[in-house]
Each structure stands twice: as C-alpha cells, then as structure tokens.
Design a protein around this ligand. Structure first.
Ligand code: HAM
Length: 430
C-alpha cells in the first residue's frame, strides 16, 4: 500500500470534537433539552441533506448564497441544511391537516453554511431550535423568549437587574413593512430592502444608500429608512410610526406580556434588528452579549407567518428561534461558566495482573447492572498510574484485585482520598 501524508486538521470551518469538548457539548444540549421539555415542546429531527429547492428564495438572503450543494448519483440537487426552519415547514406540510395545532416542536440540528470565518462563526454548527406552529398571538414569542431566558439563567448568566449579561433586541417587520409601504416600497422590493437594512451595521451608511438605490429607491426613501434604523425605545417609535401601526401595537402587547412573565429586564426595542432571512413577517429578535466581547448574535428568531404558503402549503402562523452552540460556548468559556471536573465513572477496577481480568470483568458486570459506571484498567501498570487515572476520571472508588485478594475471595476497596478496606466478593453478588 502506498503511503500518503494526510493533514491532521479537519476541513476548514469544521470542528473535531475531542472527548473534553464533547462533554461540554453534551452538557449544553442537556440544558437545551431540559428547558424545551419543561415548556412542553416535543423533539423532532430530519436528515442533514435536503433538496436545494427548499432554499431558493426570491429575495436572495445570504444563507442561500452560502449553501453547500451537490448532485447525488440520481441527479438530484441536494444541499446540506443551512438551517432547520424550511425543513420544519416541509415536515408540517407533510402532515397535512392531521397535526393538532398549536404544536410546539424543538430540535438540535447540525447546520452547514459556507461563511466567511470569524470569531463565533464556523462553517458547521449545532443550532437549538424551538418553534410554535399555529399560534398568531405574541404570547408565542414571549414563551419562546422565556425559554431562552430560562436556559441563560440555568447556566449561570446574570439576566436580572441593571447588569444583565445578555440582552434581547426586539423589533417587528410589520413596522418596517407599513413604514416602507407609506414610502411606496412594497412586495418583493420590501423583502430585498430588509436584507439590505440588515447589513447596515456591517457595511455602513454610504454602502447602504448605494445598495438601496440599486434596488430602485431614491435618496429621500433611503434617508427615511436610515432614520428608522436609528430608533431605540417605544416612545421614539410611537412618535415616528404612530400608535396605529400594527407592528407597534404588537410590540406594546409583547412588552406587557414579557413584564408579566418576569423577563422584561432583558428586552429592549431596537429597530436596527431586521434579521438576514427574508421569510420573517412580524416580530424579530436577537440575543447579544452586553459586554460586546463576541460581536455576533448569540441567537435569533422571529415570526414567519407566510413561509408555509410560499412553499405551497396552507397559510399557518409560525414563530421560533435558532440558538447556535458556537457563540454561547465561547461566552461561557470567557465568563468561566463551563462545568469542570465532571464525574465520568463511579468505579475504577484494577486487576493487578491479567490472571485477575476475568474476575474484574465479572465484578464490573455486576456493578454496571446496578447502574454504576465502571472502568476496568487492564494495563497492568503500577498503582500510582492507576490512582492518577482514577482521579482524572473523577472516580469515587477504586476496586483492587491482586493475586492474594483473588485467592482469599475479596477485593480491596479504596475511596479516593480515603482508606482501604477488604470486602468479600460475595458482597457484590459474586
Ligand atoms: P440565524 O440567525 O441564521 O437564524 O441563525 C440562528 C443562530 O444560529 C445564530 O444566532 C447563531 O447563534 C447560529 N449560527 C448561524 N450561523 C452560524 C455559523 N456560521 N456559525 C456558528 N453559529 C451560527 C436561523 O437560522 C433561523 N432559521 C432561526 C429560526 C428558527 N427562526 C425561526 N425559527
């Protein structure tokens, strides 16, 4: 066989997950699952490959340009999913009218986007999704925000009082839609203009005006849009768009429900939150780190009441969020909130020579039957190496069997950092 030298690095933008990282990932997913279930959400999943057609959108948001695509052997145009939302809509459509609504579903899919690499952005990430299908009240948005809030609180972020570590920026696309409508900007141009508005912070005012003019807007319209993006807070908003604006009214209701839910401390109204996905129709929101150490959004969500229809399904109100694993793990690490020293095994069994392997295995089987996690150390190494290993895996106990123990029918039990005592093997059911 010819030899070749393979790079040890994963493909650019992808991550290897070594056991220490996997422990953290499992811990994070466990928190996500626990919170979602505590709100009565059911888990679903799908394959990571989808039909490319599912992501073709007229307004052309970035996600559709970052697709990993290929043709399968049957000539089908396939994409690695960049997000879960279109898959969710497809699955709901597949159920026809048989699914009782409202439905509350969550998932933790792996998503792929050929993005420019930067802090907090990879070409592959896992994304906690929670979506409510069939509820048009903003009570749904508030419930989803409460779930995000609960997760953040559970992992130790400060989310109360003045010094909240995570903020929720909330806006509403209907405000923008009504406002743009009054400027004569409607239909497909509206979705395209939203995508340009979303980039304002990245590209600056001059480039925003230029891109708006490429979409047929005059300078008066462009300036009115830039003014709208600078609005912060409800008073300024009411003065600019008027209190009859349906998006404004919906935000008022959202804030009042958020107060009742006890999560209003993290929520602020910020019209510069547009979101880069063209399917949103109502509330949009993003979570950010108030210290600014990771500039990318921690999570993002919104209402997308017309997506099902645009895919050929029945009009169905839908709202949800995606919460990636990359930024939150970076933040948890920076703020020293990641778990340390997790126990991996309860017992380390140490047969001193291979003659005691069989009895060690029988003892291990017995203990595993009692739901204990057990590692048998077969290396025949000296005691000091084995004790180091036991400490590393957080074992509570070592069970040592040498020639003399086996002859006597006992095992030497040593609690980590404590005493040793002999115990008959019969105590363990052997
Ligand atoms: P999104 O804003 O594109 O929304 O992504 C949601 C979250 O996924 C981001 O805030 C971030 O945490 C994470 N994320 C996205 N791209 C990357 C990347 N390249 N590297 C690391 N993390 C990333 C959506 O995907 C919507 N489908 C969410 C949604 C669900 N809306 C309604 N339901």
């Amino acid at each position: 066989m010819s030899k070749q030298s393979i790079s040890t690095k994963p493909v650019k933008g992808m991550r290897d997950v070594f056991p220490a990282d996997m422990r953290i990932r499992n811990w994070l997913f466990q928190h996500w699952r626990t919170v979602a279930k505590s709100f009565g959400f059911e888990e679903y999943d799908s394959a990571i490959v989808e039909s490319e057609a599912l992501y073709i959108r007229k307004a052309g948001d970035d996600i559709t340009k970052e697709l990993y695509t290929f043709e399968d052997k049957g000539g089908r145009k396939i994409a690695l999913r960049p997000e879960m939302t279109p898959t969710l809509a497809r699955m709901i459509m597949a159920k026809g009218g048989s699914l009782p609504l409202p439905a509350r579903w969550f998932s933790i899919p792996q998503c792929f986007r050929y993005e420019r690499m930067q802090k907090g952005r990879k070409r592959e990430h896992f994304q906690w999704n929670m979506d409510i299908i069939g509820l048009s009240s903003v009570a749904a948005e508030v419930e989803l925000m409460a779930a995000q809030y609960t997760f953040l609180k559970n992992v130790g972020f400060v989310v109360e009082g003045e010094k909240t570590e995570i903020g929720f920026k909330v806006s509403n696309r209907q405000i923008i839609e009504t406002f743009l409508d009054s400027l004569g900007i409607t239909g497909e141009t509206f979705a395209e203009v939203c995508i340009v508005m979303d980039k304002r912070d990245k590209i600056g005012e001059a480039a925003t005006i230029e891109q708006l003019s490429q979409r047929g807007l005059n300078s008066e319209q462009a300036n009115a849009i830039l003014n709208l993006l600078n609005i912060r807070g409800m008073d300024e908003l009411r003065e600019t768009v008027g209190e009859d604006n349906p998006g404004y009214r919906s935000l008022v209701e959202l804030i009042s429900l958020a107060e009742a839910m006890g999560i209003a401390s993290v929520i602020e109204v910020d019209l510069s939150v547009i979101r880069g996905l063209s399917y949103y129709t109502g509330t949009v929101w993003e979570l950010y780190d108030t210290s600014g150490s990771v500039p990318r959004a921690i999570a993002g969500g919104g209402r997308y009441d017309r997506l099902m229809e645009s895919l050929g399904g029945k009009p169905t109100p839908m709202v949800g969020f995606g919460f990636g694993d990359v930024v939150i793990t970076l933040l948890l690490q920076e703020k020293k909130k990641l778990p340390t020293n997790q126990t991996l095994v309860d017992d380390v069994i140490y047969p001193i020579q291979k003659e005691q392997f069989a009895i060690a295995n029988r003892l291990a089987a017995q203990l595993r039957g009692q739901n204990r996690t057990v590692l048998v150390e077969y290396s025949e190494r000296r005691f000091k190496h084995v004790i180091k290993l036991a400490e590393k895996v957080g074992a509570k106990r070592m069970l040592i069997i040498g020639e003399s123990e086996a002859a006597k029918g006992v095992v030497r039990c040593k609690t980590i950092g404590g005493n040793q005592e002999e115990q008959p093997l019969s105590d363990f059911g052997l």
